[in-house]
Ligand binder design. Structure first.
Ligand SMILES: [Zn+2]
Length: 299
């Protein structure tokens, strides 16, 4: 039996409203518990893109780098009124994910703002985004969230330091290979990181990789005796790739893969590995991501 941490990122109102109930149903049918990371403030991200563009077109656009050619700012301009408040509109759905026994984490207050601006945000702004999201998610689920995962794996050292003030068991803010505690200067943080280890759908699917190929590739990349963490998106696996994802879960169980919430991968003892979190680019994704610096890993 191989354990695979299963993380669901929810970025948009549409993903919350349609993708989340689809995934909750799928997980219930298969007896799977996962970690859901919710965006709980304004949706300034998906509304127009997802409504105007067919998802296949969106992915093609991402692959052909139209986003970097024109810039997200321009693609997203035209939002002349504030985006809808996801937490208020989908309170019941978010609560139901918690009541179904899934781990619940904070993804974002404003996903689009964090993803595009985090590197230049002041401590005050960072703290405000985190506080707003934390308070709202507490109200929604009637308890403190278990964990947090920064939008787009965009995490800075300043934000990691602020994160220590929140009562989370862990953060899942970077790509990497093993559970570790971040090192900043000569300080080691207490909250462990559980990195994503496997590529996402939108990073691989394109002219040379069909959606079916992608899920096959994921099955082949899962290995025994290492950390395996798969991130899926409510907007993708809960909507456009729903049937393929259901098939993937079926095939995974035939291979004796067992999906668990990320927190289940933490040992009883605090993580002993430490590493710096650095910025890197990875294939299929524009811009930088936070990555576990494996050179720095020490026992
Ligand atoms: Zn996200």
């Amino acid at each position: 039996m191989i354990q695979v941490g299963l993380r669901v990122d929810v970025d948009t109102l549409r993903g919350t409203r349609i993708g989340v109930p689809n995934l909750l149903q799928l997980f219930e049918e298969r007896g799977i518990a996962a970690s859901f990371f919710f965006s709980v403030g304004p949706d300034n991200m998906g509304r127009h893109l997802w409504r105007l563009l067919r998802p296949t077109f969106l992915f093609k656009m991402l692959r052909t780098r139209a986003a970097s050619l024109y810039g997200w700012e321009i693609l997203l301009r035209g939002l002349f009124w504030p985006g809808p408040d996801i937490g208020r509109r989908c309170a019941e759905l978010i609560r139901s994910a918690s009541q179904a026994g899934h781990e619940i984490g904070l993804h974002a207050w404003d996903h689009q703002r964090w993803q595009s601006k985090v590197a230049g945000m002041t401590q005050h702004d960072l703290q405000q985004e985190m506080e707003l999201g934390h308070q709202r998610l507490c109200e929604l689920i009637g308890r403190e969230p278990d964990c947090a995962a920064a939008p787009g794996w965009r995490m800075t050292n300043s934000a990691l330091e602020l994160r220590e003030r929140f009562p989370y068991r862990y953060g899942s803010d970077c790509r990497g290979t093993g559970i570790f505690r971040p090192v900043i200067g000569n300080r080691t943080l207490t909250q462990p990181q559980i990195p994503s280890t496997l590529p996402t759908y939108d990073e691989m699917v394109g002219p040379k990789c069909s959606p079916a190929d992608y899920y096959q590739a994921v099955l082949e990349r899962v290995k025994p005796d290492v950390l395996n963490v798969l991130t899926v998106h409510a907007e993708v696996e809960g909507i456009v790739a729903r049937d393929l994802f259901a098939q993937f879960l079926q095939q995974a169980s035939q291979r004796d893969l067992h999906f668990v919430p990320l927190g289940r991968l933490l040992g009883n003892e605090p993580a002993t590995d430490t590493a710096e979190v650095i910025r890197q680019s990875i294939p299929g994704r524009d811009g930088w991501l936070a990555v576990q610096n494996s050179q720095e890993q020490a026992k």
